[in-house]
Design a protein around this ligand. Sequence first.
Ligand code: SAH
Length: 202
Amino acid sequence: MRLVQRLRDKGIKNEAVLSAMGETPRHIFLDEALAHRAYEDTALPIGHQQTISQPYIVARMTELVLETSPRRVLELGTGSGYQAAILAQLVDDVYSVERISPLLDRAVVRFRKMGLRNLSARHSDGGMGWPERGPFDVIIVTAAPKELPVELLRQLKEGGRMIAPVGDSSQSLTVVTKHSSGYDEKIIEPVMFVPFLPGTVV
Ligand code: SAH
């Protein structure tokens, strides 16, 4: 409840997002040793030098995802699975890709525990997207590529959007909209994500 109030104070307005965040137990996405900090509004380590995103950022990005009432959403960077689990409560189908296999395995166990059946996840390099399951209404990237991965726009429907933190030591949360001829970009706010890396780790 306190976390939801905090998200409201920080400007999150979408009631569906606030209610999904209020009903999702974030502690199950963390190791036991850190579970007592699950409802703080901070990013926390999940092993393999990765982090579960800050709740405010998850809420903000989810609000952006929902702006055009999407049905099929692809997430790149499953990590703990928290962002994917929130999305799966708000859209028809969520697909999520993670390059580090032990992280993916743990996330899948959590999805099962929560009974989320509209969520598919696979171990692969998100740089390839998931062409067999596309085209998507939205692609949400939860690690930061240095430059906008424009080749992934091919896996979006026309009018579809990619929401991604872009940059290196300084990053901008960016919304890219695909048009019949090209795309446009809108910068939302500064953010700090772990880097989007190439290849897979077993
Ligand atoms: N959405 C996650 C955030 C995890 S941090 C959550 O809610 O917990 C970012 C994740 O992106 C890490 O797990 C990292 O391994 C993953 N990642 C980085 N580059 C990737 C790539 N090319 N393909 C797939 N996943 C990637």
